[in-house]
Ligand binder design. Structure first.
Ligand code: ADP
Ligand code: MG
Length: 359
């Protein structure tokens, strides 16, 4: 396994680069620690596959370099990088048996027959495919073929890293959950460096110790699931993570308060370092807002209430701004005279979409 460093990496698919938007991947400096389990999370088209293919060597970056354990591999071919990659759709040899498919990456590297046999059986066990080892891959379902692809990615013990590009897309939801737990278990056992690409926050948050969030060709935050929830560094992370996402509303600052329309939201952080002339917003998660008939909070009008089982989501209006408020199932939503109660420790301030942090 290896530590992977990306230095000044950037990529454009265009032959003549004219403007920053021509880069599918904007300049990126990033370190994947040896043995880490990472999820790379972001919406479709944000550059996840591009980044993965650059790490594996399928794509040569326009700028920058890639180091494995301190050694530059930027000009090395995929075969020489010692990387296993699992793609979104199955890559299997239809004419071979399941056994031979799983054995292929090992035999290809000259691993001896008894070691091959041990690894193949171990991986087959893990994927619950021990009974189908003798079957030809051609007769199998898409699910089963994708499991073989996963197995082919996991079978070698000597790889620098395993890269997964949305590997569970074609797998049914139940099996998905099961395979995700298996991957996590494998990571704990063998300490592989794993990068798992997904656009699904649940998948990312359950698989990874660290989640790297990408947006529009850039990494906007790397953090634990808790950090991404508590302190989103970019408004995009606030929207994208959480359900419903963070409320983001334009504001200005007056002393120790953020002013939304003419109403003050007390804040405990992020006021001393605001860039001049920046466009400001407050971000507050629905979990940290509540409604009450008492207190000094601003009066809001209730627009609608959705019942989501364990809790309700109230959409409320404060002049021109809408907020979503999470309400416990057993609590009542006041129909009139509702006031918005804000937890000041969880108010984040954003300048030009980036979190304002103390200097
Ligand atoms: P993701 O995997 O996050 O969905 P991709 O890395 O596939 O995103 O794509 C990032 C951007 O690069 C998108 O705008 C996409 O259209 C563009 N892109 C991807 N592959 C190619 C290619 N081979 N040629 C030109 N543009 C591409
Ligand atoms: Mg992709």
């Amino acid at each position: 396994m290896a530590k992977i460093e990306l230095n000044g990496l950037a990529h454009s698919y265009m032959p003549h680069i004219q403007e920053p938007q021509d880069f599918a991947l904007k300049e990126l400096n990033h370190v994947w620690e040896d043995g880490g389990a990472y999820a790379l999370l972001g919406p479709s088209g944000c550059g996840k596959t591009t980044l993965l293919n650059i790490i594996s060597g399928l794509l040569k970056p326009t700028h920058g370099e890639i180091l494995f354990d301190g050694e530059a591999v930027t000009n090395k071919a995929t075969e020489d990088r010692n990387i296993a990659q699992v793609f979104q759709f199955p890559v299997v040899y239809d004419t071979m048996t399941v056994y031979d498919n799983l054995a292929f990456p090992l035999r290809n590297r000259g691993v001896g027959a008894s070691e091959v046999d041990g690894r193949v059986r171990e991986i087959a066990e893990l994927l619950e495919m021990s009974d189908s080892l003798k079957r030809k891959a051609s007769g199998l379902t898409a699910d089963a073929k994708q499991k073989i692809s996963l197995g082919r990615g996991l079978v070698r013990a000597d790889v620098s890293a395993i890269l997964f590009d949305e590997p569970l897309t074609v797998i049914d939801p139940h099996l998905k959950w099961q395979l995700r737990s298996q991957l996590k278990h494998l990571h704990k056992r063998f300490n592989y460096t794993m990068v798992y690409v997904t656009h699904d926050q649940t998948e990312a948050l359950t698989f990874a110790d660290k989640v790297v969030v990408m947006y529009d060709g850039a990494v906007v935050q790397m953090g634990t699931p808790e950090e991404l929830f508590e302190r989103p560094k970019h408004t995009f992370v606030g929207y994208f993570i959480g359900s419903p996402g963070m409320n983001v509303v334009p504001c200005h600052v007056d002393g120790k308060q953020a002013m939304v329309a003419d109403h003050a939201f007390a804040m405990e952080q992020g006021l001393s370092n605001i860039p001049e002339g920046a466009s400001l917003e407050v971000g507050i998660r629905p979990e940290f807002l509540s409604l009450s008939r008492e207190g000094s909070g601003p009066t809001v009008s209730i627009q609608k209430v959705e019942d989501l089982g364990r809790f309700k989501v109230a959409s409320v209006r404060l002049e021109d701004h809408e907020f979503k408020v999470m309400v416990n199932e057993e609590d009542e939503v006041p129909t009139d005279g509702a006031r918005l109660v804000v937890d000041p420790t969880h108010v984040n301030l954003y300048a030009n979409s980036h979190l304002v942090e103390e200097a």
